[in-house]
Design a protein around this ligand. Structure first.
Ligand code: HEC
Length: 192
């Protein structure tokens, strides 16, 4: 009986050890993939500041491209996933106010994030829906950026924090890979 218990103990300990090892390996592989950078030739899009460009951008954002569904009604940022144990993910403040990406982003950074789903360090964003926006015409993308930048809303503390399973993040990142590394397809145009 004692022997049996001993062997059960050893088997259980071995199993736990294996699980820990597997998690560490998955974490290391996952982190390496998430830290992968994408080489993208970003277009130089002229961002107009005219009233008409901003109005066109507002139309695209509010009616067709749904940025506000994730980034908040006025693009001031919003908690996007709130599952404390698994993940807290913020869709950041996109405006030029304090705490907003507009305060630090260059125009090219906006193009990278919206069209290609990469951040200014060229790392892949995880949830951002760039697949939908990948083939926006330059004029429309420029208008979306013009409108976003024209807003000034200060919200602090909305950065991206993800305590999410690395494996899940990796899958989300990879599912959008083709949009990160390719130029927009001029044959396909998302015209609105
Ligand atoms: C399905 C939800 C969703 C939609 C729709 C969406 N976003 Fe995002 N976006 C996110 C999330 C979440 C992030 C945080 C980073 C990530 O995805 O890992 C993000 C990140 C960004 C960033 C990068 C911010 C940073 O921290 O570097 C920009 C810029 C951005 N979004 C702009 C837009 C614009 C403009 C639109 C509409 C054309 C839009 N997003 C639509 C969810 C969304």
């Amino acid at each position: 009986m004692k022997n049996l218990l001993k062997w059960i103990g050893i088997a259980f300990g071995g199993l736990v050890g294996l699980l820990v090892l597997a998690s560490v390996v998955l974490y290391v592989i996952g982190s390496a993939r998430l830290n992968k950078t994408h080489e993208i030739q970003l277009e130089n899009i002229a961002i107009l500041t005219s009233e008409s460009a901003i109005t066109r951008g507002q139309h695209l954002v509010e009616v067709l491209t749904f940025c506000q569904a994730c980034h908040g009604d006025n693009l001031e940022g919003e908690v996007f996933i709130d599952e404390s144990i698994i993940a807290t993910v913020y869709a950041p403040n996109l405006t030029s106010g304090q705490g907003g990406v507009g305060a630090i982003y260059t125009d090219a950074d906006y193009v990278g994030a919206i069209r290609h789903g990469v951040n200014p360090e060229a790392r892949g964003l995880m949830i951002m829906h760039s697949d939908v926006f990948h083939n926006l015409s330059q004029e429309d993308l420029g208008a979306v950026i013009a409108y976003t930048k024209s807003l000034v809303i200060s919200v602090f503390s909305l950065g991206l924090e993800a305590f999410i399973s690395v494996d899940l993040l990796q899958k989300m990142e990879e599912s959008r890979k083709e949009f990160k590394d390719s130029p927009p397809d001029s044959r396909i145009r998302n015209e609105f």
